[in-house]
Design a protein around this ligand. Structure first.
Ligand SMILES: [Zn+2]
Length: 78
């Protein structure tokens, strides 16, 4: 599959039945993105740079929560 953020080849390591995709990307690292975000028009029209910004924001939000969890790209991140 292609990474939803940078379009490079990435691995989809999502657990089945979870309505969010877990991506492992050489460029972006591992992160989660909910299907609801992937389907948002606002997400689809972002440029690659803007999607990378969204992931950066997601990583910031995650760090604030502590515990080394995987960042999740929510709509508040972009
Ligand atoms: Zn990527």
């Amino acid at each position: 599959m292609k990474c939803p953020v940078c379009d490079d080849p990435a691995r989809d390591i999502s657990e089945p039945n979870l309505d969010s995709q877990t991506i492992e990307c050489m460029v972006c690292g591992s992160y989660e993105i909910p299907e609801t975000v992937l389907e948002m028009y606002r997400w689809k029209v972002l440029s690659r740079e803007e999607r990378e910004d969204a992931l950066r924001n997601a990583k910031r939000f995650t760090k604030r929560g502590g515990s080394g969890e995987r960042p999740v790209i929510h709509s508040r991140c972009f």
